[in-house]
Design a protein. Structure first.
Length: 218
């Protein structure tokens, strides 16, 4: 085994250990957690803004917003009425790891949080390798991207429980084919649940809200 691979294995096993700690802590507090992943610009923050607008009076959603630089997303989520929003600036790292999440959670009002959503750094590659203690990864793919992305970044789609096709109001403006994208994703992961929605038109949003409310047990 090369030295690089040995180091990477060590980092990941330490990450898995911390993620398991986070998971058992969240289980003890009965807080389901999802890890929202996508390439940059797929609409993670916008989806969360709409989610807060629809659900903030029904469930207390705790949010961790990861970005390489700036707290812009965290500010947007606070402005949208986020109950508890914690920014993580990775300062160059292209993914969140369990240590960052563990630190972010240290001051969190866990008693009052019904659901935790972690917005990962926009990147379809390494966030797939880093368990953050979540119940499920939710991967977003926008219709402004290529419909072959699931084939190009299979690990992410294999490890996700839900695929959300976003920006469906743009269908027809490019060659993106929703059925083809979905078929590609299901080839990689036949168990993937697929939702299609548009934050702009509102189409398909209710299914997402219902799913989150069910997850939060309300
Ligand atoms: Mg964002
Ligand atoms: Zn990375």
């Amino acid at each position: 085994m090369s030295e690089m691979i040995a180091i990477e294995k060590k980092v990941l096993s330490e990450n898995d250990r911390l993620a398991a700690e986070i998971r058992s802590r969240l289980h003890a507090e009965k807080i389901p957690a999802i890890n929202l992943v996508s390439s940059p610009g797929a609409g993670k923050t916008t989806l969360l803004e709409k989610t807060l607008a629809a659900l903030k009076t029904k469930i207390n959603i705790g949010l961790i917003a990861g970005d390489v630089q700036t707290e812009n997303d965290a500010q947007r989520l606070l402005a949208a009425g986020g109950f508890w929003v914690k920014p993580i600036i990775t300062g160059g790292a292209c993914h969140l790891d369990a240590r960052m999440v563990s630190t972010a959670l240290s001051g969190a009002p866990l008693d009052a949080i019904d659901l935790l959503i972690i917005e990962n750094v926009g990147n379809l590659v390494c966030p797939s390798s880093y368990d953050l203690g979540e119940e499920m990864k939710v991967v977003l793919l926008s219709t402004a991207e290529g419909d072959d992305k699931p084939l190009k970044y299979p690990a992410m789609f294999r490890r996700a429980g839900i695929l959300v096709l976003t920006k469906i109001d743009l269908v027809g403006l490019s060659d993106f084919d929703m059925d083809r994208a979905q078929a590609n994703a299901l080839r990689i992961n036949p168990d993937l649940q697929v939702m299609r929605l548009s934050c702009r038109s509102g189409d398909g949003m209710q299914q997402w809200f219902d799913w989150l409310q069910q997850l939060a047990g309300r």
